[in-house]
Design a protein. Structure first.
Length: 340
């Protein structure tokens, strides 16, 4: 009998210790944030691709976010829980005021209907452009699939991406001994920089948007924990999303905006860097291979609170030539075009 009582007492002590450990762990663990139903603000579509796009928005407080989509309006509006879901870039558990969702696996040249899941609820677009629990699915058509044939003249309808009108953007590639042209080299332009808070500290998870005003679609990125971001200008479509953009770095400016809170904002106009090093000027194309691309200085986007006005550009972009789709010689004519 005494042995049974001893075993029972031992068992009770063990159970009590387990319960006490669970209570201590729960008390010391950070509370799981509650999902808040908040209407999306400043919803933007960017990074268009024949097979996808990015949806970004802000909320006044931190909450979770996702995008639901389908190719049927009624299904998106009437049965939101049965649609496909695209999660935030940082994962489904991300709680933030800045939301960044990329949808993949779409079909080219296809209409899709989108709604936003903010916290536990679904939001739709109203006629005035705001978002509410009662509204309509946002309709968006994906760009057409644009193939590239190096034996045909280069144009916005025959290119692997948006490209510069600099001839170096399509300069030939050479073999390892730089004796023979082996293929076309498509060289896109890049922009890079850092988002910074007013106190000089890096602004992480800031939404960075780029656009050539009046010409291009939006492209976007989310800054990392150190505030760093980069954008590939080869992702530009024209505003109608029917073809890639051919732009002129000597005439066009890129407008960059950054925001990490509905009240903190930055906007600048930036020249487009060259696709190859300026050291290459006057050198033969094979010799240019040893020079790296022109790396522009990082662009600092300082987020200012309560910014009410957007600065005007310091330079006025001049229009492209009368033939905006000016064709650059294809692979068969590259030798004469580049005088090699």
């Amino acid at each position: 009998m005494a042995k049974k009582l001893l075993l029972s007492a031992f068992f009770i002590v063990i159970v009590a210790l387990i319960v006490l450990a669970a209570i201590i762990k729960k008390a010391s663990s950070p509370p799981v944030p509650a999902e808040k139903s908040l209407p999306p603000l400043q919803v933007r579509l960017s990074n268009f691709d024949p097979n996808g796009l990015t949806v970004s928005w802000f909320t006044e407080e931190k909450t979770s976010g996702a995008v639901i989509f389908s190719d049927q309006r009624k299904r998106t509006e009437n049965y939101p829980k049965s649609n496909q879901v695209a999660e935030d870039l940082r994962g489904p558990a991300a709680f933030s005021k800045v939301h960044f969702v990329t949808i993949k696996g779409l079909r080219p040249n296809q209409e899709y209907y989108l709604a936003i899941k903010s916290g536990p609820d679904y939001f739709f677009q109203k006629l005035d452009g705001s978002w509410d629990k009662n509204g309509f699915a946002l309709e968006q058509k994906t760009p057409p699939l644009i193939n590239f044939d190096p034996n045909q003249p280069v144009s916005p309808q025959n290119s692997p991406g948006s490209y510069s009108l600099e001839k170096e953007a399509w300069s030939p590639c050479y073999d390892s001994e730089q004796k023979k042209v082996v293929d076309l080299c498509f060289r896109p332009n890049f922009l890079q920089g850092k988002t910074i808070k007013p106190d000089g500290q890096p602004a992480d998870q800031a939404l960075v948007l780029a656009q050539i005003p009046g010409q291009s679609s939006l492209i976007s990125a989310l800054s990392d924990q150190k505030g760093n971001w980069s954008l590939n200008l080869a992702s530009f479509f024209n505003q109608e999303l029917t073809k890639y953009l051919a732009y002129n770095p000597q005439a066009d400016l890129v407008r960059l905006t950054a925001q990490n809170d509905p009240g903190q904002f930055s906007s600048v106009y930036q020249e487009i860097p060259r696709v190859i090093s300026s050291l290459c000027s006057g050198s033969s194309l094979p010799d240019c291979q040893k020079f790296p691309p022109e790396i522009n200085q990082p662009i600092s986007l300082i987020l200012l609170p309560n910014l009410e006005t957007i600065p005007s550009p310091t330079l006025s972009p001049t229009p492209l030539p009368n033939e905006p789709d000016k064709k650059i010689s294809g692979f068969n004519n590259l030798k004469s075009f580049f005088m090699i």
